[in-house]
Write a protein that binds this ligand. Structure first.
Ligand code: DGY
Length: 322
């Protein structure tokens, strides 16, 4: 019997052809909700899934009795019930490394755009309101030479810090569950207790994964600890932040401004005040969204599912025991 792979994110022709060599592919690139009848129908027969973003719940897994492996086109895997997958002997794979530098670029884009008020001021030009040299009230703040506080110091956090230290002469602080001596040597980074980092950093940049421990890691208390001039950047997951508390804090002016690529609910509800606040730069979760990197991520996901369904060790498993 030919095994079936349900693909629910766009792949290019070459990637699809690689899957179709040995497997039957149900290709549903437009699916945005797990309740989609075509998705549910294909799920009942699927041995493999290739996709991203949809929350895969134990209830959905009950509808997938043949499922052997999932290849997520993402590095984050907070939308999968990992323990439940392991219990059911379903292999989960993700796409680390190939997106590190692009996501770090997005982090730095947000740091620069937020500090220099680029979106707000570009809007002024676009509306034809640039009639004289801008005054002090529109000046931004410097990024070079400032203190960058990384909350989470994994691959992406380190890549953002590297840009800051080597490109912008920034001092690097980090808060992380384990010390990172190699990065301390390379970048002069100093480890700080979380609260101390919040108080000392000019720019606080979050790159932690979403776990039960990091859900709402940032709330009213944490924002109140920051400098009134601080800039808050989130390229991790929206749920790491209590968004209501963030909106309130930004209205009070502490932190001074925020650059956000991720939100508690995505797409961001149209009634959210965040995109309308002049001290906020809001992006539609584009951390890894370049042609090159999304292609590399999909290539890796294809390699993962092919290996997993052929009984080989995939390149980047999340829950493999060996
Ligand atoms: C990731 O790869 O986890 C990105 O955030 C896209 O979801």
């Amino acid at each position: 019997m030919t095994k079936r792979i349900l693909v629910y994110r766009p792949l290019d022709e070459g990637q699809l052809a690689r899957l179709e060599r040995d497997f039957h592919v149900d290709y549903l690139p437009e699916v945005s909700r797990a309740e989609d009848p075509a998705f549910l129908d294909a799920l009942t027969q699927a041995h493999g899934l290739v996709g991203a973003s949809l929350p895969i719940t134990p209830k959905l897994l009950d509808r997938a009795p043949h499922l052997e492996a999932i290849a997520s086109i993402s590095v984050g895997y907070d939308n999968y019930p990992v323990d439940e997958l392991t219990r059911r002997c379903i292999l989960l794979c993700n796409t680390p490394d190939v997106l590190t530098e692009t996501t770090a670029d997005t982090g730095f884009l947000l740091i620069m755009a937020t500090a220099r008020r680029a979106v707000e001021l570009a809007g002024m030009v676009q509306r034809g309101e640039w009639r004289e040299s801008i005054g002090r009230e529109s000046f931004g703040t410097d990024v070079h030479g400032k203190t960058l506080g990384m909350v989470g110091f994994g691959r992406i956090g380190a890549a953002i810090a590297r840009r800051g230290a080597l490109g912008f002469g920034m001092s690097i602080l980090y808060s992380n569950s384990s010390p990172k001596p190699a990065l301390e040597d390379e970048l002069g980074a100093q480890r700080r207790d979380f609260n101390d980092l919040l108080a000392e950093a000019d720019i606080v940049c979050v790159t932690v994964p979403l776990t039960p421990d990091t859900q709402h890691l940032f709330g009213a208390r944490e924002f109140a600890l920051m400098k009134s001039s601080a800039i808050f950047i989130n390229v991790a997951r929206g749920k790491v932040v209590d968004e209501t508390a963030l909106i309130e804090a930004l209205r009070k002016g502490i932190p001074h401004a925020a650059g956000l690529d991720v939100f508690e609910r995505e797409p961001l509800p149209t009634d959210s005040p965040l995109p309308h606040m002049t001290n906020v730069v809001a992006l539609p979760h584009i951390g890894s969204a370049t042609q090159e990197t999304r292609t590399a991520m999909a290539d890796l996901a294809v390699a993962n599912i092919l290996a997993a369904l052929n009984g080989e060790r995939p390149p980047s498993p999340v829950n493999a025991s060996t």
